[in-house]
Design a binder for this molecule. Structure first.
Ligand code: GAR
Length: 195
């Protein structure tokens, strides 16, 4: 199974997925990294691991459909059958959703449906919740609204700062995402075999 990881920033989740794949904890090959930010740290990670990369600048396209069509072409040419969003800070449009229907997953740093959108960890901290966490879900046209696949809670302690909370949330992400991907991919392979 070939997967593509989409990221816009640091790419620590992309790294965790690549490492899990190398250690065969995740039975999938990261065949492509897609980024909308040529300056993102994930670019260096892709180079370091020798993983093909598709970098694009959304501003140089007239519409989302235009750049998503190029992404779909690239995904097809690399034989990618599953799309994994890992800090890709852009809503997925109809072109990608149709091409990879039911085969796009996202990770979000809160217990959805609480705190969707940007800066979920900061939102949870400001709201003074005692428990936040991580959600992995299928992607639909909404913002962090697709069907939930897995969630794990993270306790907010009295002495936590936004930074310490972020570290705890990300530590959970780096374990939960590869594990959940392995479960989903196994399920999809079984479904394909059953057909
Ligand atoms: C992760 O915490 C991920 O959950 C979040 O962006 C971070 C990316 O970190 N995604 C969202 O907020 C999506 N709405 P990373 O680049 O180090 O993996």
């Amino acid at each position: 199974m070939k997967i593509a990881v989409f990221a816009s920033g640091s790419g620590t989740n992309a790294e965790a997925i690549i490492q899990a794949s190398k250690k065969q904890l995740l039975h999938a090959e990261v065949a492509l990294i897609v980024t909308d930010n040529p300056k993102a740290k994930v670019v260096a990670r892709a180079k370091q691991h020798g993983i093909p990369m598709f970098t694009f600048d959304p501003k140089s396209y007239e519409t989302k459909a235009d750049f998503e069509q190029e992404i779909v072409t690239e995904l097809n040419s690399q034989g990618v059958s599953f799309v994994v969003l890992a800090g890709y800070m852009r809503l997925i449009g109809a072109t990608l959703l149709q091409a990879y229907e039911g085969r796009i997953v996202n990770i979000h740093p809160s217990l959805l449906p609480s705190f969707p959108g940007l800066d979920a960890i900061g939102q949870a901290f400001k709201a003074k919740v005692k428990i936040t966490g991580v959600t992995i879900h299928y992607v639909d046209a909404g913002m962090d609204t697709g069907q939930i696949i897995a969630q794990e809670a993270v306790r907010v302690e009295a002495d936590d700062t936004v930074d310490s909370l972020q570290q705890k949330v990300q530590a959970v992400e780096h374990k939960l995402y590869p594990e959940t991907l392995q479960a989903i991919i196994t399920e999809h392979c079984m479904e394909r075999l059953g057909k």
